[in-house]
Design a protein around this ligand. Structure first.
Ligand SMILES: Nc1ncnc2c1ncn2[C@@H]1O[C@H](COP(=O)(O)OP(=O)(O)OP(=O)(O)O)[C@@H](O)[C@H]1O
Ligand SMILES: [Mg+2]
Length: 457
């Protein structure tokens, strides 16, 4: 297979011939043309991976050709070749969007390296764009499912935030409730969408690294700083920084963050110059920040600054009426992804899902549907295709309705009660832990944890 299709545009027959000859030998497919208009129409109508373009052509200039190409194919790499070595020609080429230029007579080996590098850059760029487009498509507001009052409230705030200039947003909610999804939706739904969205998990980076990654550094700021580097705040200028697990940020970095938010400027580590940035901060947490504030682990001033626009993502069990729509949404998505044709879900299975307590929230629901579609069902998701803890929930609810529990007037020990319930469940299921766990509406791991805690294991 050819390494790529290269269009050579030059009015000199000899150059066309020599480039065609050399490039074909290197494994490229080569097409040639001798004038500008033909070059433009070839790029427009055929697959071309790279253009080698002479600056002086008989009809229109190479720079004009390049400008026309940029009008419809923004990213195709174009290498200019020119007979004159005037700086102004080079500048005009680069300004018009050439990826490089060479002066005739040129060395073919040098051109070869430039072509390889340009094609590699272009493929990286298009891969990056594809990923970004996927992410953007996935994070459209219409892909956030929820018609319940709780979710409507979320939509009301985030649509308003996305259109506004408000720079900080605090998302909070349990794990799996959609904080990442909402953060991306805010970015891609805002005027900042063409600028970067940089996502940082504050828990994943050690303190010192987090600071240098965010603020960048000057050469020599610390031992390893061999050259100056821009930080995320600079790179995200005009866009959004998503600080996930903000509760894990250390207190001194919190102070710096607050200063950056308030002053919209900062200095690189080891730097003296103020750098001005316009960045929206979306912070997220699944832990209770008020507790961290009262324990002194989170700065009150930063908390209040972030909390100006708070968005609470409710736990799934608090908006169960959205579950049927979420199920449909995930069935459609996984049918497409895994090329399946599951029609839907039985009313019984749907009821189990609506009634379950969803400790892992929407992420857990998504995983349950994915598993059922990949591993379990043929055309309809049935109760038997659901994991035992979900079916178990139903069983334990039935049992709990039967229990007539009289609370002893003298009080009781919850630990002892737990131990006795565990024993009862184990004996009812002949010591089969999986069955006992199901009776108690637990997973097997959770049961074993409780057995250890109460000394039964
Ligand atoms: N309302 C929703 N509609 C559709 N998909 C959703 C919704 N909420 C969450 N999801 C999906 O559930 C999964 C988990 O969501 P996300 O990663 O945004 O959660 P999170 O709150 O950031 O969790 P964590 O705190 O664990 O990082 C993702 O695949 C997301 O697309
Ligand atoms: Mg998250």
């Amino acid at each position: 297979m050819a390494k790529g299709r290269v269009l050579v545009v030059d009015d000199e027959k000899l150059i066309r011939w020599s480039l065609e000859h050399n490039l074909s030998r290197e494994g490229y497919e080569v097409v040639c043309t001798d004038c500008g208009e033909k070059a433009v129409s070839t790029v427009d109508s055929e697959i071309v991976d790279l253009v080698i373009l002479d600056v002086r052509l008989p009809d229109i200039t190479g720079v004009e050709v390049l400008e026309k190409i940029r009008g419809f194919k923004r990213d195709i790499p174009v290498v200019m070749i020119t007979a004159d070595d005037a700086v102004k020609t080079a500048v005009a080429c680069m300004k018009a969007g050439a990826c490089d230029y060479m002066i005739k007579p040129f060395d073919f080996d040098e051109l070869k390296v430039i072509i390889e590098k340009s094609l590699e850059d272009a493929s990286l760029k298009s891969e990056f764009r594809r990923m970004r487009n996927d992410l953007e498509a996935e994070s459209q507001f219409e892909n956030i499912i929820g018609e319940s009052e709780r979710m409507r409230e979320v939509f009301r705030i985030i649509t308003r935030v996305a259109c506004s200039d408000a720079t900080t947003v605090l998302l909070y909610g349990e794990s799996g409730t959609g904080k990442d999804l909402v953060a991306r939706a805010i970015h891609y739904g805002s005027a900042r969408k063409e600028k970067p969205l940089i996502e940082i998990n504050c828990a994943a980076l050690p303190e010192t690294l987090l600071e240098s990654e965010l603020m960048g550094y000057e050469k020599g700021a610390f031992t390893d700083a061999k050259a100056a580097r821009k930080g995320y705040f600079e790179l995200a200028d005009g866009g959004t920084i998503y600080l996930d697990e903000i509760g894990e940020m250390n207190v001194s970095m919190q102070a710096k963050l607050l200063r950056i938010i308030e002053n919209k400027r900062f200095k690189r580590l080891g730097g003296t110059e103020d750098i001005e940035v316009d960045v929206r901060i979306i912070a997220a947490t699944n832990s209770d920040l008020t507790a961290a504030v009262s324990e002194g682990n989170f700065r009150k001033d930063l908390y209040y600054r972030l909390k100006v626009i708070p968005v609470e993502l409710p736990p799934l069990k608090e908006h169960r009426d959205d579950i049927p729509a979420l199920i449909d949404f995930f069935i459609t998505r996984f049918n497409r992804e895994f090329k399946r044709i599951i029609r839907g879900i039985s009313p019984e299975a749907q009821k189990l899902l609506v009634d379950y307590h969803w400790p892992g929230n929407v992420r857990e629901l998504k995983n349950v549907i994915e598993r059922a579609i990949i591993l379990e069902c043929d055309e309809l998701i049935l109760a038997e295709h659901l994991p035992s803890e979900i079916r178990g929930d139903q069983i334990s609810r039935e049992i709990s309705q039967e229990i007539e529990f009289n609370f002893p007037s003298g009080g009781m020990s919850l630990d002892k009660l737990e131990a006795s319930l565990l024993k009862r469940a184990l004996s009812m299921s002949e010591n089969n832990q999986t069955k006992a766990a199901r009776l108690l509406g637990l997973g097997r791991d959770a049961l074993r944890y409780r057995m250890k805690k109460t000394g039964l294991l």
